[in-house]
Ligand binder design. Structure first.
Ligand code: SF4
Length: 243
């Protein structure tokens, strides 16, 4: 396999850290995870907010129009389930709109892509939103659309946010004064910070994953099979027995 144009991303690192063989199935064998209701709904909400803010939408009606325009009707098991998600999204967006209307921040970027270097590797990613406060400070935000709100400890240790912090400092040239995960289903933001040590740990994890991937080290980790999307398709699966 040629690795000349190899790029790493948070999703790739995450797949590799979960199970090296899972990485191989997705990124080398092109065995994609089937779209389900949660994945589809997540795409819809991200797209809706991107379009709404990039077109400088001002009203709730415009937000709902963006929602209808970007609705992705894939992965639902029935029309009823699709409708229930649709209504959930409307409530979510209405709450988002009420909070955003009172926010003092200016949105600088939505779905902002970056291309950074980590060691000899290119690292690419997309940041959901970057805001600027009236005092010139910045907030970097990651949207989540699933129902469960994470504990503070999980937000504090999240690898993706460490890469966001790295990209802000090294690509966009500012320090993220606030880093948040916005759980849209509950309209709750959880704030965190990243120290230089945490960023370096994240970079080391990325470098280590990149070195192992390019060395084609795809040893299966069967301790994860029970949680894996490929548990019924993977020849190494320890979770398919008895199914
Ligand atoms: S089923 Fe198990 S071994 Fe196969 S990719 Fe998933 S976690 Fe890895």
């Amino acid at each position: 396999m040629a690795w000349g144009d190899f790029k790493i991303s948070y999703s790739r690192i995450n797949a590799y850290l979960f199970c090296p063989h899972k990485y191989k199935l997705i990124y080398i064998n092109n065995l994609y995870v089937p779209v389900n209701a949660d994945i589809s709904f997540g795409h819809t909400i991200h797209k809706t907010l991107e379009k709404y803010h990039s077109s400088e939408g001002k009203t709730l009606e415009e937000l709902f129009d963006a929602y209808d325009d970007n609705w992705q009707n894939d992965g639902f098991v029935s029309a009823q389930q699709s409708y229930e998600y649709y209504l959930r999204g409307k409530t979510m967006l209405e709450n988002y709109f009420l909070s955003f209307s009172q926010s003092p921040t200016k949105i600088l970027y939505t779905e902002k892509s970056f291309d950074a270097n980590i060691g000899k590797y290119r690292f690419i990613g997309i940041i959901d939103r970057i805001d600027e406060y009236p005092d010139g400070t910045h907030e970097v935000m990651d949207y989540k659309t699933h129902a469960k709100v994470w504990e503070q400890d999980r937000v504090d240790k999240d690898l993706q946010l460490s890469f966001y912090a790295y990209a802000c400092r090294n690509v966009f040239g500012f320090n993220p004064d606030k880093i948040s995960v916005y759980f849209l289903s509950e309209n709750i933001k959880i704030y965190t910070q990243r120290s230089q040590i945490q960023i370096e740990e994240a970079l080391n994890a990325a470098l280590s994953a990149a070195e192992n991937i390019t060395a084609e080290n795809f040893e299966p980790d069967t301790s994860k099979c029970v949680l894996c999307d490929f548990k019924f398709k993977c020849k190494y699966s320890a979770a398919a027995d008895g199914q």
